[in-house]
Design a protein. Structure first.
Length: 328
């Protein structure tokens, strides 16, 4: 394998005594073993990816020959691996996610530091070729990591970016009665209603910390551009012709279940605490049932306890906390 695939200008010393090459899809089983060996040491509480899930994760990296690097010990066993993939459909920045692990008995030898420095160097190179005029943003997202890993991220200049709790409810649990006294009518997403959805998003989220102030085009591309987006299960709620709230849905398979993700929901500030979000969720869940969905997921900011309270009242339970570290 040509060294030129891995040699970028890395600001760290490559540990000696290892063989290096990019990952291939044939490594999915060995990488799943690496993840399984690290999980108990890192205190991971979520489900550990199996070989098939790892293959799906690697497929989204695109060109693995450029976007991944793996170290083998002298016995030819995988000692550490790192892979990166772009978040699609982000018009405002070129965001690359980095993931990687070092086998517990190969830790403390500079492998993690080297791989993270390599990922950054590769990311900067990819940004030049593929980022256009968008600024590069590197992200690491995870459910649980050891304090050693967090220290490594910090030493390499990554900083805490966000934390959100992923909540889930099964659809066979009864849907709570709604408490709203306003008469809501619902409209599904269509290109003709996109402008109205965006206006609601902009109004509902403007006062949230970190509001990105995206244009309508950037917001539409990021949230409604992918195959998972369900226009038929994305609702705008109105009262007497006034738009008051909205919710967007993606569907996908999660751990063998047909799952719906409420990827975003909001109510105009002056219409809050009238039961509108509760009624919107209840209406969505009735539609999910008809669409053969068995579980509903959503992510709520760790700094948004009011929304979390509403979701708990609607029968959602926190499953895990997802954290992102970032570096521009
Ligand atoms: C989170 C959000 C969607 C909630 O919308 P909402 O329409 O105010 O939600 P609801 O009215 O259904 O519920 C909110 C509270 O009002 C109460 N309420 C419901 N009906 C009511 C009524 N008729 N009279 C008085 N209070 C009522 C609910 O019991 C609930 O109280 P609780 O939180 O103490 O349990 C809204 O605050 C928002 O858009 N926030 C900004 C964007 C955001 O954070 N989105 C969520 C991201 S995950």
């Amino acid at each position: 394998m040509s060294e030129t695939f891995i040699d970028v200008d890395v600001q760290a010393t490559r540990p000696s005594g290892y063989g290096w090459r990019p990952l291939t899809l044939d490594d999915a089983g060995a990488l799943a073993d690496l993840l399984a060996a690290c999980a108990p040491v890192d205190g991971e509480t979520g489900p550990v990816m199996k070989t098939a899930d790892v293959a799906v994760a690697l497929a989204r990296c695109g060109d693995l020959a450029r976007n991944s690097l793996v170290a083998f010990d002298t016995d030819g066993r995988m000692a550490a691996a790192c892979w990166l993939w772009p978040r699609p459909r982000l018009l405002v920045e070129y965001r690359l996610y980095v993931d990687g692990r070092v086998y517990p008995d190969h830790r403390g030898r500079g492998l993690g530091r080297y791989l993270l420095a390599w990922a950054e160097a590769r990311g900067r190179e990819l940004a030049v070729h593929e980022g256009g005029d968008r600024p590069l943003v590197l992200r690491i997202d995870f459910y649980d990591r050891s304090p050693d890993a967090l220290r490594l991220f910090e030493r390499c200049g990554f900083r805490f970016a966000l934390a959100e709790d992923e909540m889930r409810r099964r659809l066979d649990d009864p849907i709570p009665p709604t408490s709203t006294r306003v008469a809501l009518s619902f409209t599904t997403w269509a290109s003709a209603t996109a402008e109205r959805f965006f206006a609601l998003y902009d109004d509902a989220f403007r006062t949230r910390p970190g509001f990105p102030n995206w244009s309508k085009e950037a917001w539409v591309a990021a949230f409604t551009g992918g195959d998972a987006f369900r226009p038929d299960l994305s609702l705008l709620a109105s009262v007497d012709g006034v738009d008051v709230g909205y919710a967007l849905t993606h569907t996908e398979e999660v751990a063998g279940e047909n799952a719906a993700w409420v990827v975003q929901m909001g109510v105009r500030p002056e219409w809050r605490r009238k039961g509108i979000a509760g009624a919107l969720l209840a209406s969505l869940m009735q539609r999910y049932l008809l669409a053969d969905v068995s579980a509903v997921w959503l992510g709520v900011g760790a700094d948004n306890p009011e929304a979390a309270k509403l979701y708990r009242r609607m029968g959602f339970e926190t499953v895990r906390r997802r954290v992102e570290y970032g570096k521009a």
